[in-house]
Write a protein that binds this ligand. Structure first.
Ligand SMILES: Cc1cc2nc3c(=O)[nH]c(=O)nc-3n(C[C@H](O)[C@H](O)[C@H](O)COP(=O)(O)OP(=O)(O)OC[C@H]3O[C@@H](n4cnc5c(N)ncnc54)[C@H](O)[C@@H]3O)c2cc1C
Length: 392
């Protein structure tokens, strides 16, 4: 199997994209280290960037053309995210819409839902958040207790979600809620497409250990969702949360390449610090190993993309890649902090704190290891209480 993702068509696609990126990335973004952006300015820039990607034909690459996508394949998609990472482009704000809500609506939505939502997601005009986690239901999502009570023509939502990224800027929420008080776990949940612009939806930003506030608590106190905005049949939401199969494919590669970009910068900075401040204590050799592991990580992403392009089973490698990248970023930031490099102390402190969440945010690393041991390696399940574990 090839691991270059080369070929004439891929080459010219990459060339055109690279040329576009040379002038497309906003100056404000390029200069953010010298002139830091406020959180509002950053959100505005990232929102604008999503629209720009759409206008240039770089949104929904593998979405079918009939739904406004480009109808391309996994290789072009890899190239897009690879080049965005290489150019240090901003991350658009429409992640949840493009990689969760959009694909789910394509596969399970009604024609009316496709008509209502898909174009606005791709164009970056509507930003979405993912309302899964609750104070008592993070890894164990089946324990979600936010209630969607059936009422005339729809549902009345009461409950609380937590750690909801993008909620402060979101127009819509891909909400997991309990639609039956009597059915058993996993058979009592539905996914609802909730309008965030209602007085009965309150968003409270949560300040993170790094000082940033990228996620939120969201309180629903009688919010309304129309029956037409339930995705799929009532009480069949668990399948939409698990998102195996085509739902999850794009997100793995995109998230992986975003991590790669981050890892590459961390490893390069670590090497620079090691060379300047402690060239004789083995830190430079350690830096070289980090660089190798980062490039190996990218190689695995290429392999994963080729498996996808050839319609081979990609779930196993993807499950392992998910946590190896996040763990590597923590190892580099820990080593960077330990270097006690006088010029870069603040840089490493911030990155160290910021990376703490990496092994939690997309489902904790312990849960992901459980998934690899049971779903990939088919080892026996460890004995455990009733909890289900977050679907991968
Ligand atoms: C930066 C960030 C962004 C996030 N964004 C979102 C978002 O947009 N939307 C959203 O819905 N959620 C979001 N989350 C929430 C995230 O998905 C949860 O934090 C994560 O699933 C873990 O759940 P929890 O925090 O409730 O921890 P818990 O589930 O309480 O777990 C606590 C600890 O116990 C371990 N554990 C739990 N169960 C098991 C088990 N069965 N086997 C082994 N170990 C176990 C876990 O690994 C963890 O170490 C975000 C989190 C972060 C940090």
């Amino acid at each position: 199997m090839l691991h270059t993702l080369a070929g004439p068509a891929a080459g010219s696609y990459r060339d055109r994209l690279r040329e576009w990126l040379e002038t497309a990335i906003p100056l404000q973004w390029r200069q953010r280290d010298e002139h830091p952006l406020t959180i509002d300015a950053e959100h505005e820039l990232r929102r604008h960037w999503g629209r720009r990607l759409f206008a240039a034909g770089y949104a929904g690459l593998t979405w079918p053309r009939e739904f406004g996508g480009q109808g391309l394949g996994p290789i072009e998609e890899f190239i897009l995210y690879d080049e965005l990472a290489r150019a240090d482009a901003p991350e658009s704000l429409d992640t949840i819409g493009k990689y969760l809500a959009g694909p789910a609506i394509i596969h399970r939505g009604s024609d009316a839902q496709r008509e209502k939502y898909l174009r606005k997601i791709l164009s970056g005009d509507e930003i979405w958040c993912e309302g899964y986690s609750e104070p008592g239901a993070g890894s164990d999502l089946a324990a979600a207790s936010t209630v969607a009570k059936p009422i005339e023509g729809g549902y009345r939502i009461t409950g609380r979600k937590i750690w909801t990224s993008f909620a402060a800027v979101a127009d819509r929420c891909y909400l997991l809620a309990k639609t039956s008080p009597t059915l058993p776990r996993r058979h009592n949940l539905s996914v609802l497409l909730l309008d965030m612009h209602q007085p009965s939806v309150q968003v409270r930003p949560i300040k993170q250990i790094s000082g940033a506030a990228y996620f939120n608590e969201v309180v629903f106190d009688g919010a309304r969702v129309e029956a037409a905005d339930r995705l799929g049949p009532e009480n069949a939401g668990w399948e939409l949360v698990g998102m195996t199969g085509p739902f999850r494919r794009v997100r793995f590669v995109r998230d992986g390449l975003r991590h790669y970009s981050e890892l590459r910068d961390l490893a390069a900075r670590f090497r620079e610090c090691a060379q300047q401040h402690c060239p004789a204590d083995g830190s430079v050799a350690r830096a070289d190993r980090f660089v190798e592991r980062v490039e190996l990580y990218r190689w695995h992403l290429m392999r994963l993309t080729e498996l996808q392009a050839n319609e081979r089973d990609w779930f196993g490698p993807a499950s392992v890649i998910r946590y190896t990248g996040t763990e590597l970023s923590q190892q580099i930031t820990e080593a960077g902090l330990a270097l006690a490099c006088p010029r870069d102390g603040a840089y490493w402190r911030l990155r160290y704190l910021d990376r703490r969440s990496a092994t939690i945010s997309g489902g904790s690393v312990q849960i992901q290891r459980n998934v690899v041991s049971t779903a990939v390696l088919k080892l026996p399940r460890p004995p455990r209480p009733q909890s289900a574990g977050r679907p991968s």
